[in-house]
Each structure stands twice: as structure tokens, then as C-alpha cells.
Design a protein. Structure first.
Lengths: 233, 233
């Protein structure tokens, strides 16, 4: 798996970045299951680098988006799932150094390990090449994903959308009440009722957390409103 | 409160940064309670700028710190409380533009409003002056706080410290069990028992969340170990 010019050749080929300090990039591509220098600290730094570069790109690309919109868009791009997909597309798992335990259990395919290593690479590029070098790499890796982002509006959760709808209509805010809690502690199921006093409507939701039950109740109420009254919510 | 050369004069005096685009900094110092251009989007960007600059400084200043240590140190520096203190020391509340509602209720003293405005200023400086300009300002604002940081070890929570102690001693991991839950839903009090099988010791903790109760139980067990056995934990 590990070519003679690892990691410099791989980084140049995949990220178009010319490594100067091979030991730094070797650390970035080494999981903590290998004793000695690994990528944990670089991941801490790289996470912040990636967050800033994505934040800036979204700030510029979505001039009309609110802070909440920008946060939701960023979460989608830098989620563990998204980073793991980017890492997998690069074939990062094939050049990652893993301890024997992780190797046996297929750690090179584990999403969190791939996502962490991608962050660590961003950290290494930033440390060695500065913010502009990191920007070039991050921009190349994420531009297609940024272009494919949905409208910020569609990422809002149901409670937020319901609240904005009633505010726009000049109605009273929805109320949420826990109707009952079932099950043993830590296996609770919450049943929540969401009421729109102003419209005389209500819906129920359930979930393992109160928040989850509230979201389900709000989603059902939105659906009901959308179908029954032909309102756009 | 608002001098004729606001915001440029204030930013130059307090942050030693020479503003070029006064409108940008005017936005940074305007709370969302004022209609029109405000600091919400700049706060989103500035939060990421501050996070990266603090992360980098800690990465360099604490070469022996683990990723967990670095995260805990950063959390302490960029918490709302810490940012509000930095903002208050600058007198930021006196130059902040607030809507009349917030003015009446003393919003210029509210911690979250001060913290957000400080982040927005970092965002404005980064946008206009780049990362190095932002680094100079952030470094001046936070260097005393960074120098005064406690040893990373002391920031670990009780469960983490207890776990590391038993691992270092080659003992079995502590177990946590909820013994009972009292009170109505959402006003629960959890009672948790923490047991160290290997040492035949146990302690109880309570709290409004299971996690809080576990932390208290772990803290009590650590205390007991420290006093009874003269172990350093």
C-alpha cells in the first residue's frame, strides 16, 4: 500500500501540494493506533483550518444567507460523513498508517478515521504552506460540494420553519407540551403535542428525546398545513 | 457614546488596527436589534477566525498537549464568558449600536452580545486585513489569558481523570449505574452510583442530568481515593 515516495508523492498527486517536510505529512497520515507520532494534534489544528476556509467561502458565496443558514450549510460540508466521503474519493484509506488492531478490523474504511486524517492533512498544509496553500487544496476538494448545496432554507429544521411561518402570518408562536413519557430511564419515549393556537391546529410527535419528539410534531403540523391549506411553508 | 470618528477611531485606539472600510466595522459593532446591516454574519466568520488563531497558538505553545488537552484549553479561552470579559475590558459595550429595546434592558452589558460583537470584529479585521492582521489583534487580546492557562491536566473532568487513574493502575474501568430518578419529567434528579470493582470502592452522585450525576460520583470517588490512600489522582 505504501509507495516508496509516501507521503510526498501521494500528496502531490492527490492534492497538488508539494510537501517539504515529509515527517509532518507522515504524521498527518498516521492514526493514533500506531505508537509514536500520529495525527491527533494536527487534526485539532486542521479542523479549525477547514472550518475557517469553509466559513469564508460560504460567507462570500451566500451574501443573502443569515448566520443560521451559514451554520447549517457549513455543518453539512464539514460533517464526519461529508469529510469521510471526500477522503474516500481521494483513496486516503489506502495510504493511511494504522496499528495492527485497526488494520485487522478494517479501520482504513472507518469514517471517523478517514475524516480525522483529512483534517490532519489540512492542518499540515496550513502549518507548512500557510492559509493560502490550504485554501487552494480545500477549495479544490470542496468546490463541487459547495456548488451542489441545497437552498439554505431547506436545511432549516421543522421547529424553525414552523416558527418562521407563524411569525410571518402574525400568529401566536406554537406551543409544545410533553403529554407523556414512557419506558425505563434512558429508554424513554417522549410524546409531545404541538399546538398552533391561532389556527386551532395541533399534531403529536414522539421520539427518544424531547427535542426529537418536538421536531416530529412540528414536521407533522407543517405537513398538515401544507396539504390542507395549500400554504407554502 | 458614539464619537464622531466611530468606529475607526475606537478600533485604532483599542485594537491598534487601522480601519479602511468604516461601513464594515460599523456593521461589526451593530447588534441585530438594529434594523439594517448588523454583525450576525461577521460573527459567524469571526468565530472561525478566532477558533483557528487560538488553536494555532495553543498548538505551538503546548507541544506536549494531547488533542483533548488542546480542545479543553481552547474551550476555556473562547467560551462566551471569556470573550465577554475580553470585550468588557475593551469597553466594547460603550461603542456597540443596539436597538432601543436592547438599550432599555441594558443589552450593552449582556455577555452574549459582547462576545458576539468581539467575534464580529475579528471577522471584519480578517476580511479587510487578512489572517496576519487578525493574528496580531487576537494575540494582543488573548496573550495574558493564554499565559495564565492552568496545566492542561487540571481541566480534565472527573470521569476522565478517574478512568485514566484506573487504567494507569491496571484496574478494571469504573462502572456507572443509575440507581433512581426522582421528580417530574424535565425536573428529574438522577442518582448515580460509580463503582471501582478492582478496589472495592463506590461513591454516589446526583444531578439534573445523568452525566452531571456521573461526574459528581466520579469526583467523590477521586476525592476518597486521594484522601484515603494518599494516591495522586
Amino acid at each position: 500500500m505504501r509507495a516508496a515516495d509516501w507521503p510526498s508523492g501521494w500528496v502531490l498527486e492527490k492534492l497538488a501540494y508539494a510537501v517539504r517536510d515529509a515527517a509532518l505529512f507522515s504524521s498527518a497520515l498516521t492514526h493514533r493506533s500506531v505508537s509514536g507520532s500520529n495525527n491527533e494534534r494536527l487534526e485539532f489544528l486542521g479542523d479549525a483550518v477547514l472550518n475557517l476556509l469553509i466559513a469564508e467561502q460560504l460567507y462570500r458565496d451566500f451574501p443573502g444567507a443569515s448566520e443560521g443558514d451559514l451554520s447549517r450549510l457549513r455543518s453539512r460540508l464539514v460533517s464526519g460523513e461529508s469529510l469521510a466521503q471526500v477522503a474516500a474519493a481521494l483513496g486516503l484509506g489506502e495510504v493511511l498508517q494504522l496499528g495492527s488492531g485497526e488494520l485487522k478490523t478494517g479501520g482504513f474504511r472507518r469514517k471517523s478515521i478517514l475524516a480525522d486524517a483529512l483534517e490532519a492533512l489540512c492542518g499540515a498544509i496550513y502549518l507548512e504552506g500557510g492559509l493560502e496553500a490550504a485554501r487552494g487544496v480545500v477549495s479544490a476538494l470542496f468546490s463541487a460540494r459547495i456548488a451542489a448545496l441545497p437552498a439554505p432554507e431547506s436545511l432549516k429544521d421543522a421547529k424553525t420553519r414552523l416558527q418562521e411561518y407563524v411569525q410571518a402570518q402574525g400568529l401566536a408562536l406554537p406551543t409544545y407540551a410533553v403529554e407523556r413519557v414512557e419506558g425505563a430511564p434512558h429508554e424513554h419515549t417522549f410524546w409531545v403535542r404541538c399546538e398552533l393556537g391561532g389556527l386551532g391546529r395541533a399534531a403529536q410527535g414522539s421520539g427518544s428525546t424531547r427535542r426529537g419528539a418536538e421536531q416530529q410534531a412540528a414536521a407533522r403540523l407543517l405537513e398538515e398545513l401544507a396539504t390542507s391549506a395549500a400554504v407554502k411553508v
